[in-house]
Design a protein around this ligand. Structure first.
Ligand SMILES: C[S@@+](CC[C@H](N)C(=O)[O-])C[C@H]1O[C@@H](n2cnc3c(N)ncnc32)[C@H](O)[C@@H]1O
Length: 192
């Protein structure tokens, strides 16, 4: 799964600066005491924002294979006093050290296309469906299918219909799709 330099696909990239956070958080509805998983969090830009939106109760897990990114996340969480963040160094296409049906909200922010491209999406989606509670939410942020920059090459971008078809076999039903910026869209799925 790493590239020639040993980094996982997409390591060092984040879409957080390309989204409208007001639209993103209005759609997500974060509540205190939630357990949130930021799957393939990178350096945790979304993880930090989710933790701040939730407040001190609850937990936000950030999982990624990129050690340097997780080190930055831990450092920034300590600076901001966000003790509800837990960084997990792991391949998200393999079982994570979290209990089944323990997650209220799982976020995959501009990573699904990388997982599809690397052939690791089936493992990651199987693990996501194990972890998200029935009735829980899977949030997917992806780049609109258009030419960049910013973002990955058009041919690896996923249209909303492709995302929906990828997730259906794993028990996720679409409940919302919304533009959250000029380049990105958000889809919310409910675990049935
Ligand atoms: C494009 S970045 C997105 C990071 C973050 N979601 C954001 O937008 O700020 C993709 C991330 O996926 C991670 N990644 C790719 N394949 C992975 C795998 N199999 N297990 C864990 N992390 C992986 C990379 O290390 C990278 O941090």
């Amino acid at each position: 799964m790493g590239n020639a330099k040993g980094k996982p696909p997409g390591a060092g990239k984040s879409s957080f600066d390309l989204i409208d956070p007001n639209k993103f958080f209005a759609a997500l509805v974060i509540k205190p005491h939630m357990k949130i998983l930021d799957l393939a969090c990178g350096q945790g830009n979304y993880t930090l924002a989710l933790a701040e939106a939730m407040g001190p109760e609850g937990v936000v897990y950030g999982a990624d294979l990129w050690e340097e990114g997780l080190a930055k996340l831990r450092e920034e969480a300590a600076i901001r006093g966000l003790r509800q963040i837990r960084a997990i160094l792991a391949d998200v296409s393999s079982p994570l050290p979290l209990d089944a049906a323990s997650i209220d909200l799982c976020l995959m922010a501009t990573v699904l296309h990388d997982l599809v491209e690397a052939g690791t999406a089936p493992g990651a989606l199987a693990e996501t469906t194990r972890l998200v509670k029935p009735g829980g939410t899977l949030a997917v942020v992806e780049f609109k299918k258009m030419d960049g920059p910013p973002g990955p090459p058009r041919h690896i971008r996923l249209a909303p219909e492709e995302v929906e078809n990828l997730l259906k076999p794993y028990g996720f039903r679409k409940r919302l799709i919304e533009e959250i910026g000029s380049y990105t869209y958000l889809m919310l799925f409910r675990k049935v």
